[in-house]
Write a protein of this length. Sequence first.
Length: 72
Amino acid sequence: LGPVGEGQVYGFTPAYCFTGRMEARLLGVEDAIAHLVFLAQAQDHQLVEDFSAATAQIAAQIATDDGENDAQ
């Protein structure tokens, strides 16, 4: 995928909130504003525990994804 540019973010397509799937093949570079606005409108808002600590684990899982989860 390479580095993101100004105004870009990495995002799952389809969005994780719809599929619950975190697979490298679903990850792409998206326009930041459009993607974040879409995510804000795509689901009900709720306050939950901060998930920032899990980010490194998720990134490592994506980086080492060997295609095992592609059949899901």
